[in-house]
Design a protein around this ligand. Sequence first.
Ligand SMILES: [Zn+2]
Length: 91
Amino acid sequence: MVASARGMTRTDQEANEMLYFRACPKCRTGTIEHNRDPYTEYLQCLNCGLMRDLPDNTDAVTWLKQLKIEFEAAAIAEAAEEAGVGASSAA
Ligand SMILES: [Zn+2]
């Protein structure tokens, strides 16, 4: 082990950048970049620009899954609205 008290430096954080290919919950084909600055961690899609802060104690893979569910639910709701399902707006 080479870990020391100075192990967690800013250079370490930069080296921890991760890419998730075709993992974007919004555009689906975009590459997600896991970034961190001194204050926060965030995920950004290099394709569509979607950007979300990573909640504390949540890893990127879990968060991406959660976002995907969110976007799918939103897409379904939108499609249902377009199809007029459950909506009695027609007079
Ligand atoms: Zn995207």
